[in-house]
Design a protein around this ligand. Structure first.
Ligand SMILES: Nc1ncnc2c1ncn2[C@@H]1O[C@H](COP(=O)(O)OP(=O)(O)OP(=O)(O)O)[C@@H](O)[C@H]1O
Ligand SMILES: [Mg+2]
Length: 281
């Protein structure tokens, strides 16, 4: 069963003023898919993903996680065990004395046996590439930036979520750190079949890794579809202030010079394939 977002609206209010952050949003997150969420800063991406595990509740409309309504308080623990949420800069949430204890926190709260918790911890640490020998007894505060982020991610993975939500997980990392997070997410999906819902500002990364992309603008869904379909709206996306992946921009420049580069070029491989076809003509 999927996550269904059904006519979701959300308004922030402090009593004196209010702001409509989400307007009539409808989409589905399919089992096992990699869905990227993109959009200009302030368009409502974080607000939207906070609805996926009931951290925020709909002003109107519904969010159903495998048929469970997030508005039903009794269902929230089950929903939270299905939907793992990795916030921006998750390393700020590390708190325990050792990495092992930090990663164990989530599974312990799920009332699992000690043996099961230990298994989950070693499995999650292996998944993020932190060896037990080198890292389990270290203080989280002794780790490098990239290691801290991976430790924080392990804490969520140890709960074995069916849906993993990440809000800009690569923000502030160098290219190598970004690539290592992306490869890890790919591997995780292969091994566990979980869905990944990732908010990102990196067009190249989402073009390459996502099955589908959801584009938001001012609290609304503007497009949802495959990277090829979404990035074919290149002029509209630029109007929304979104930079296109470099291969899309190159293809658009070629078209502007009368070369028939297809509209749906969005990765380097697409561009290379087109250029090779052209050169062989
Ligand atoms: N707790 C809050 N109270 C009031 N307004 C808020 C709150 N959180 C966000 N907003 C407002 O809601 C709108 C959507 O914010 P949100 O953080 O969801 O955007 P975003 O797409 O995640 O932006 P960014 O790319 O900068 O992370 C913005 O106008 C923001 O100022
Ligand atoms: Mg945000």
């Amino acid at each position: 069963m999927p996550i269904v977002i059904d006519h979701l609206s959300h308004t922030y209010s402090d009593g004196a003023s209010y702001l409509v952050a989400l307007k009539d949003i409808c989409f589905t997150v399919n089992e096992g898919e990699f869905l990227a969420i993109i959009g200009h800063t302030g368009c409502g991406k974080t607000t939207l993903v906070q609805h996926l595990n009931g951290l925020l509740l709909p002003g109107s409309g519904r969010v159903l996680v495998d048929g469970l309504d997030t508005a039903d308080k009794k269902l929230r623990p089950r929903i939270r065990s299905l939907v793992g949420m990795v916030f921006q800069y998750p390393e700020y949430q590390l708190f325990a004395d050792t990495v092992r204890e930090d990663v164990a926190f989530g599974p312990k709260n799920m009332q699992l046996s000690e043996a099961e918790v230990a298994l989950r911890v070693s499995e999650a640490m292996a998944m993020v590439g932190l060896s037990m020998e080198a890292f389990a007894e270290k203080s989280p505060f002794e780790l490098s930036g990239g290691e801290k982020r991976r430790a924080a991610l392990a804490g969520i993975l140890a709960m074995r979520p069916k849906y993993l939500v990440l809000d800009e997980p690569m923000a502030g990392l160098d290219p190598q750190g970004r690539q290592s997070i992306l490869s890890m997410l790919e591997e995780l999906r292969k091994q566990t079949g979980c869905s990944i819902i990732m908010v990102s500002h990196s067009m190249e990364d989402v073009a390459r890794h996502a099955d589908r992309i959801l584009v938001m603008s001012r609290g609304e869904v503007k497009y949802v579809g495959t990277p090829q379909a979404v990035f074919s709206h290149n002029e509209e996306l630029e109007k929304l202030g979104l930079s296109l992946p470099a291969p899309c921009r190159v293809a658009a420049m070629l078209r502007a010079r009368g070369i028939d580069a297809p509209e749906d070029v969005c990765t380097r491989e697409d561009l290379e394939a087109f250029l090779l076809r052209r050169l062989q003509k």
